[in-house]
Unconditional design. Structure first.
Lengths: 102, 215, 109
């Protein structure tokens, strides 16, 4: 049985070649991963395993950055870096801000 | 799915609040903010750390790889070192290689062999030299088809290779990151290293393009 | 370092397979973090080189040490050996970096 991220050899359409400049938040997702791996909090392999644990439907419906931040969040909770409650509280705090999106 | 903002966010630049046209997009952007702020509050790193890494990410562009290619074309000793120990060769040119815990590997195109790089399992890419991968490299279609039907994929990129040129696909499944050393275009004997570097495209270093002789 | 780990480290310090040797990729299916793509399992290729020794990503993925180190190989496959329906040149190949424990010897031609 093939895992859903293991794509080599599957049928697919033409390669979409439109360039897509990353938004700032997407670059920040990459930056967070770089910092977490440099500080030995997460390993690249754990990040990948996190992506491979999201479930096929989620994996294929989210964008690259979206699934990276979701997998990272799961991993950080798993490692006890922050709790579900701390994350939920922070998200609610962000929701209450006047102009939440930078 | 993504919004259309493509300009840099200068300090102090604010958007009006986004309309809720796409809850999932807004949710993941908020999640990034939440994770980042929590990690900063807990002292894992600082706002300055994040900014510095974003700047480093933005500073790495295919021009880096192009400079390495141009050096390899003009300096046989460097080319030899590059093919045997790419990390050392690039560090010697001033690239900060130690931040990336992977082994850069350069594979050269010849009249008999054309190299193409893919990561079918995720999106491993030689970021230290080329910066962030293009969207197509991370796409489901490229990851699925590059190993199975490389010539059809190359045709989509406008590259048709004769059968006698062997197409060699590299699937980056471990800690090696592959960079293609394209063949030097003809009629460039008088070019300076800088002029040569200006000819080298990102796609030629991934393998979805070759470099034509300049007009 | 205990004796078992020392033996493991010592064992990992040599490459079991040599350049040019034919190998088969193990045809096993297991859940978990695996860096051997599904499409290459059961296929026969040739060792292009032993790349070196690395911590096992299958273990690192779960927060474990990944030791003892495992030998990593670049293995070259003829595309026509990998895909029944391959369309391209007869010399077209596929190079993949595979860990030693995913490879087994091929004795028959």
């Amino acid at each position: 049985m093939r895992a859903y991220h293991d794509l080599g050899g599957l049928s697919a359409g033409t390669v979409p070649q439109e360039e897509h400049e990353l938004q700032l938040w997407e670059k920040r997702v990459e930056a967070l991963l770089v910092l977490l791996t440099r500080k030995h909090i997460l390993r690249v392999d754990e990040n990948r395993r996190g992506l491979e644990s999201l479930g096929g439907e989620v994996y294929h419906s989210l964008s690259y950055a979206e699934r990276r931040i979701l997998a990272m969040s799961n991993n950080l909770i798993l490692k006890g870096i922050f709790s579900v409650d701390e994350l939920a509280t922070k998200l609610a705090q962000i929701d209450r801000r006047q102009d939440p999106l930078p | 799915m993504s919004d259309t903002h493509d300009h840099a966010h200068a300090a102090g630049h604010r958007h009006p609040p986004q309309p809720d046209h796409d809850d999932t997009l807004t949710y993941y952007r908020k999640l990034e903010m939440a994770v980042r702020e929590l990690l900063i509050e807990k002292g894992v790193f600082t706002t300055g750390d994040v900014r510095a890494v974003v700047e480093d990410i933005e500073s790495r562009t295919p021009e880096g790889g192009a400079r390495v290619v141009a050096r390899a074309w003009t300096d046989p000793h460097f080319r030899e070192l590059l093919l045997n120990d790419a990390t050392a060769a690039c560090a010697g040119m001033g690239f900060e290689m130690a931040l990336y815990d992977v082994k850069l590997t350069v594979v050269e195109n010849t009249p008999d062999v054309h190299n193409l790089v893919v990561c079918t399992l995720c999106s491993c890419y030689p970021r230290m030299l080329l910066g962030l991968p293009p969207a197509w490299y991370k796409s489901r279609a490229y990851r699925s088809r590059a190993v199975h039907e490389p010539r059809a994929v190359l045709r989509e990129f406008g590259l048709e290779l004769p059968e006698k040129v062997a197409v060699r696909v590299h699937d980056s499944t471990a800690d090696l990151r592959y960079l293609v050393l394209p063949m030097r275009p003809q009629h460039t004997e008088s070019f300076t290293e800088q002029e040569l570097a200006a000819l080298v495209t990102r796609d030629s270093m991934i393998g979805t393009a070759i470099l034509r002789a300049p007009d | 370092m205990n004796a078992a780990l020392a033996a493991g480290v010592a064992a990992a310090a040599t490459c079991a397979y040599a350049r040019g040797e034919r190998i088969r990729v193990r045809k096993v299916d297991a859940p978990g973090h695996i860096r051997t793509p599904h499409y290459i399992r059961g296929k026969i290729g040739v060792i292009e080189r032993c790349v070196g020794f690395f911590k096992n990503p299958e273990e690192l993925a779960y927060g474990r040490s990944g030791e003892p180190l495992r030998a990593l190989y670049r293995v070259r496959f003829l595309q026509s050996d990998v895909w029944d329906d391959y369309r391209g040149g007869p010399g077209d190949t596929l190079d993949i970096d595979l860990y030693e424990h995913w490879l087994e010897p091929v004795t028959a031609p």
